[in-house]
Design a protein around this ligand. Structure first.
Ligand SMILES: [Zn+2]
Ligand SMILES: [Zn+2]
Length: 753
């Protein structure tokens, strides 16, 4: 019954490759055919701009033979066509900047290729460098390299010089494959345990071939041995001969330096890459940091060398300018400069000291959210910062998550008793690890405390939903390398709440939570966020509970996300262990993503704590729990806000809203009267009565990013006016003091951005 989608005029022989282009056109090519053959058959311009090809949604090398589609017996054409799209380099404008949004596929090919070129350059510079892993990342690429002594930024120009040379050599990236046993043998001989491990993992994950990429010609490299060459070399399909020079037949990546006359480099890699090194338009080695094998701090230490690459030098320059601007906006820089917060080593890294100005911002945000909580029928609660280990054993937070927690507080009597029994430190550590000990824990989560408030009374269906809210401070033991200003800390305050609802109330209540997050984001003018619905990965065993309940909870989250009217993604594997969630993710100025607001549905904790309510049928039922936090963490949220506003906070959030600037000390008295009137109206105000000239006072207020300055002199004093100067709007002229006060009060009350 189903007709073949490929219906060429005459049936093609089965050895032909059938492709379907993005516009639906069907074409056939004699096998073997490459993406370049397809591009060339469409047009010369396309072939020139082509850098890769997407086949059935997967990126491929442009010059690699297209895979033969599995034969389909019902199809007269012999096989299902391949969905094929040519990936092209962007077109440049007059200034040499790429036009339009960058194509992520083209950038991926570019940066993956640049990572190989950088690795080769580093190996030329430092033949002892052992390569481990080098992927493209959002802002560029990196390569993890074992190297002693390490590289420093002083080496970057030398690395870049070598990279430039490699790019100029215009060498093709050529793929060859080996079967697993052969491949592993080769890697064993090369003595690179990291690549060996990478290969083993690929095989464990089901790979039936291992692939290498030679920067040069595959046929004269390792693959020349014969059976390994699967024919995907770049030869034949385009002119690449003269630029490639003579290629050294022997040295693989880890065996040593390459002579300048024998450029060849290879790397175990899945690919794909650009056709040649010459397609890399512009690049830069940007930084170096320390890292660990597979991110495990107990494992081998690497240097992670970061770089970035673009198709044009103008694009690279633009990117570097943006980075420079981002540095100026970094909340750690601005927060220190404006005196918002401090971190003191004697208090502890990752523990935030809120200074008076930062505390104002935090307090205003809390008041803002409290207003909405009251409107939505929440009740406020307070709970302590610690709880007994037993509480967290019941909730499941201990001992399973102890690696990310401060160690338990063990009671003195207990430690002494254990010591008397001859318990060693090792024994004690073991008891703690297994959770076979009593004590207290700094709370990693507020949920168990709120659960105990719920269960402190008998509940009926008439009481539900119960919505308990608290600005609750929690503590997590983040690795010191992970700590970053306000965005990753060891103690933070969540604008937390837990809702206890019936199954019937679930959809509406999740919707209400989402509504709250939306209000927060729109009030602050944050429009650049994405929504992620975290679902269970059905293949994983990390998720507790009944699949039927998961289905219901996931459906509720999906519905709520749809109601938002903004794009969202459903991501399997991103759920909490107890239930699905909806996360609001924003980007900071350097492009890192941070999860802020979150709404999570939970069937597990009510079960673990045996929660119940009496239903209308007079029998006991289990409530469903919702965890939600519109800001997420106050610390992280404010960190992101500082960068979002470039510390030019809207009036209602500004630590100092108005500064009065007398034009000379003759008017200090009037300035104080003005300030007193503003203060009485609840406005945060100060007077600059320094000896500085007016110009200097204005500059200082501007540097401190104050929204309003009031310049006062003789005329103002006589008329009872103030001369208003706004941060961005500039001079607004003389205004009666009372009118100015009313204006400010309205803007604050309306939380104008
Ligand atoms: Zn690669
Ligand atoms: Zn919770």
């Amino acid at each position: 019954m189903p007709a073949s989608p490929a219906s060429p005029a005459s049936p093609a022989p089965p050895s032909d490759i059938h492709v379907r282009l993005p516009d639906g056109t069907l074409k056939s090519y004699p096998a073997p055919a490459t993406g370049r053959d397809v591009a060339a058959s469409i047009g010369e311009g396309l072939a020139k701009a082509a850098v890769g090809v997407k086949v059935n949604g997967r990126l491929h090398d442009l010059d690699r033979p297209l895979p033969a589609a599995p034969p389909k017996p019902a199809s007269p054409a012999g096989s299902e066509p391949l969905d094929l799209a040519i990936v092209t380099r962007p077109r440049a404008d007059k200034q040499g900047r790429s036009k339009g949004e960058p194509d992520p596929d083209a950038l991926y090919l570019l940066r993956h290729s640049a990572a190989h070129v950088m690795a080769e350059a580093i190996q030329r510079l430092r033949p002892d460098a052992l390569l481990a892993y080098g992927p493209p990342v959002e802002q560029g690429f990196y390569y993890d390299i074992a190297l002693d002594p390490p590289l420093s930024s002083d080496d970057f120009p030398k690395i870049e010089q070598l990279m430039r040379q490699i790019v100029q050599e215009s060498r093709p990236f050529s793929r060859y494959e080996l079967d697993p046993e052969e491949g592993l043998n080769k890697l064993r001989q090369e003595n690179n345990k990291y690549k060996l491990d990478n290969a083993q993992r690929a095989i464990d994950a089901g790979a039936d071939r291992l692939s290498w990429y030679v920067t040069g010609d595959a046929a004269s490299g390792q693959a020349a041995s014969g059976e390994a060459d699967t024919g995907q070399g770049a030869k034949g399909s385009r002119d690449q001969g003269e630029a490639t020079e003579s290629v050294n037949a022997s040295p693989p990546s880890a065996t040593g330096p390459m002579g300048p006359s024998a450029p060849s480099f290879e790397d175990l890699c899945q690919g794909p890459h650009l056709p040649t090194t010459a397609d890399i338009g512009a690049f830069k080695v940007t930084s170096v940091a320390s890292s660990h094998w597979r991110g495990d701090v107990h494992s081998d230490r690497f240097q992670r060398v970061y770089g970035t690459a673009f198709f044009t030098p103008a694009d690279l320059e633009h990117h570097l300018e943006q980075l420079e601007q981002a540095k100026q906006r970094d909340h750690r820089v601005l927060g220190t400069k404006l005196g918002l917060f401090a971190i003191d080593d004697m208090v502890g890294q990752g523990l935030i000291l809120w200074k008076p100005k930062g505390a104002v911002i935090r307090d205003e945000l809390q008041k803002f959210i409290m207003e909405h909580l009251r409107r939505q029928g929440y009740s406020q609660v307070f709970t302590p910062h610690i709880g007994k280990l037993e509480l967290y054993k019941t909730s499941g937070h201990f001992p399973y998550y102890q690696d990310s927690q401060y160690p338990p507080l063990i009671l003195r009597d207990q430690v002494e008793a254990l010591a008397d029994e001859g318990c060693t430190c090792g024994d004690l550590a073991n008891l703690m690890k297994q959770g076979d000990i009593d004590g207290y824990l700094l709370k990693p989560m507020n949920c168990p405390h709120h659960i105990k408030i719920y269960s402190s009374e008998k509940r009926s269906y008439r009481d539900l939903p119960i919505r308990l809210a608290e600005f609750g401070t929690v503590y997590r033991w983040e690795q010191s390398g992970e700590l970053a200003g306000l965005t990753r800390v060891r103690g933070f305050t969540q604008d937390d709440a837990h809702l206890f609802v019936t199954q019937e109330q679930l959809n509406d209540e999740v919707m209400g939570c989402i509504e709250l997050v939306k209000i927060v984001f729109s009030t602050l003018g944050m429009t650049d966020y994405r929504v992620r619905v975290g679902l269970r990965d059905p293949r994983s065993d990390k998720y507790a509970g009944d699949p039927a309940q998961w289905e219901k909870a996931q459906a509720a989250c999906g519905l709520a996300a749809e109601s938002l009217g903004v794009p969202f993604t459903k991501e399997p594997g991103e759920a909490a262990f107890y239930g699905p969630k909806i996360d609001f993710v924003v980007k900071d100025v350097i492009g890192r993503e941070w999860q802020l607001g979150t709404v999570q549905v939970d069937y597990q904790l009510p079960q673990r704590f045996d929660l119940s309510y009496t239903g209308s049928d007079n029998t006991e039922h289990r409530p469903v729990m919702i965890h939600r936090a519109p800001f997420g963490s106050m610390e992280r949220f404010i960190g992101v806000l500082i960068e979002h506003f470039n510390a030019e906070f809207p009036l209602w959030l500004s630590p100092e809203q108005v500064r009065v600037l007398p034009i000379s000390d003759k008017f200090n008295g009037y300035a104080s009267q003005v300030a007193a009137a503003l203060r009485d109206a609840g406005i945060r105000v100060s007077v600059d009565d320094s000896n500085e000239r007016l110009g200097g006072k204005i500059r200082d207020a501007e540097l401190n990013k104050l929204p309003y300055m009031l310049v006062v002199g003789g005329k103002d004093e006589a008329a009872g006016t103030v001369s208003v100067r706004h941060r961005t709007r500039g001079d607004e002229g003389a205004t009666p003091l009372e009118a100015f006060i009313e204006r400010v009060k309205t803007q604050v009350a309306e939380r104008t951005v």
